[in-house]
Structures are given as structure tokens and as C-alpha cells.
Design a binder for this molecule. Structure first.
Ligand SMILES: *Cc1c(COP(=O)(O)O)cnc(C)c1O
Length: 244
């Protein structure tokens, strides 16, 4: 098995190559290392290899790792998992970005609970782009209304959209869902320019994982979320989810 620094270098090289093919600058695409289920020591190895952005799905696990890595002050933490309303305060206090907002109620709580001493919390709205029953996210039809309401909240900064498309092995099929996401972002920016919010246009698309990074880059992603190809396979989750 390769070491984390080698895997990270491979992913970075893939990103650079994909950007080149898409006539984009790789500087416009942030790499989020998705570290769910990985021990803090593995994040530390990635950090030592230069990685600064980490994505976590489970709050308690993330808080434990943040404490274990408190000596690394410039990590940027991204929350990318489903959000229960009783978890919003800790998320608002301990993360720079939240990618998985799909309800106004959650966005309101995050805005209310974001400490005023911290910069606005960066938010992406999760879209269920392939209409799957198993996935979270708003429908493309619900998106404009939710975006308008979230954009009006004071302590959060609506940055863009996030999606986890249905798995496809074919790169062209992968790209179709990502292209629809890109079109949704463009459409939101066109309508919101009629009513300026002072927060600027939405500039972020959080999409692309280990298996479909290249397709996401070709369709305009600005944040890829890579787990397996940086840290290796995850341990199988426990059969009973932890009750926290
Ligand atoms: C686990 C996870 C990823 C990373 O997936 P890999 O296939 O391991 O790269 C990305 N985004 C979300 C929301 C995840 O839960």
C-alpha cells in the first residue's frame, strides 16, 4: 500500500492533468481531503505533505480529531455529512465550510449559532441532482427559493452548490450530472443579479470524488472531495451507527 504522501501526490497530479485537459487552472480547484473514519494520525500525515483542507461527515468524530490536531492551526475544516438540527451549534462553531445544507431550518440555526467573532460560515446547498431516494439534497425545482432565503441570512455566506451524483462508470454519464449542476449555479447567479445581496455571485461547486474527479473538473467544479484515493479504503462502518 502506498503512503499517504504518495497518494496525495498522485491525486494532485490527476487534478493538474484534468485541469489542463479542461483548459482550466488547477489553482481554481480546491482539494478537500475527505478523512471520515480515518484516524487523526493519517490527517497529520496528509498535513505534513502539505494538505490543509479536510472534509468530515460525522460531528463527534470530527471534533475529536480537531482536538487531536489542535497544534496544526491552519487546517480548514469542511463539514460534508448529513446535519441533524441538534448538531448545528457545534458545526457553526468548529467549521469554516458546510457543504451539505438542504433545509432552511438548518441554515437559520447555523446563522444564529455562528459566533460573531468568526467570519461568516461558508455554505453550499446540497442538490439531489439525480433525484435518488437514497440521497439528501433539494430538488433543482426547490433550489431557487431556498437559495434566496439562505442568501438573506446574516452570519453565513452562501457560496454555491454541492452534489453527490448517482454512481456511473462511464465518464460521459458522470459529466452529465455535473454539467446540470453547473447550469443550476449559472441560473442562480443570473436571477440573483436582479436583486443584489452585497455578497457577490455564487462562486463554488463542490463536486467530484475519487471515482469521478476528472468528469467534475471538466464540468467546472471548484472543490473536489477525495477520500479513498488519498487515505485508502475506509474500514467498514459499524452495523449500528453510534448514537450521538
Ligand atoms: C466519503 C465522501 C466523499 C469521498 O468519497 P471517495 O469516493 O472516498 O473519494 C466525498 N464526499 C462525500 C459527501 C462523502 O461522504
Amino acid at each position: 500500500m502506498h503512503k499517504i504522501d504518495e497518494k496525495l501526490a498522485n491525486v494532485t497530479a490527476r487534478l493538474t492533468q484534468a485541469a489542463l485537459q479542461a483548459h482550466r487552472s488547477d489553482a481554481d480547484i480546491a482539494l478537500i481531503a475527505v478523512s471520515k473514519t480515518q484516524p487523526a494520525e493519517c490527517l497529520r500525515q496528509a498535513y505534513q505533505a502539505g494538505q490543509r483542507r479536510f472534509g468530515e461527515n460525522y460531528l463527534q468524530e470530527a471534533l475529536d480529531k480537531q482536538q487531536a490536531l489542535a497544534d496544526l492551526p491552519d487546517i480548514e475544516w469542511h463539514f460534508i455529512g448529513p446535519i441533524q438540527s441538534n448538531k448545528t451549534r457545534a458545526i457553526a462553531e468548529h467549521f469554516a465550510w458546510v457543504h451539505s445544507v438542504d433545509r432552511l431550518k438548518i441554515a437559520k440555526r447555523l446563522s444564529e449559532q455562528r459566533p460573531v467573532t468568526m467570519p461568516a460560515l461558508n455554505i453550499c446547498l446540497q442538490v439531489n441532482i439525480d433525484g435518488e431516494d437514497s440521497k439528501s439534497g433539494v430538488t433543482p425545482e426547490q433550489l431557487p427559493a431556498l437559495a434566496r432565503e439562505v442568501n438573506a441570512l446574516p452570519n453565513i455566506h452562501l457560496r454555491g452548490l454541492m452534489a453527490i451524483p448517482a454512481p456511473q462508470s462511464d465518464a460521459h454519464k458522470q459529466r452529465e450530472s455535473f454539467i446540470r449542476m453547473h447550469q443550476l449555479l449559472v441560473a442562480l447567479n443570473e436571477t440573483s443579479s436582479e436583486a443584489p445581496t452585497g455578497k457577490g455571485p455564487l462562486d463554488s461547486l463542490s463536486m467530484g470524488m475519487s471515482a469521478d474527479l476528472e468528469a467534475a473538473v471538466s464540468a467546472g467544479t471548484t472543490m473536489v472531495r477525495i477520500g479513498t484515493d488519498i487515505f485508502g479504503p475506509r474500514a467498514t462502518p459499524p452495523t449500528t451507527p453510534p448514537h450521538k
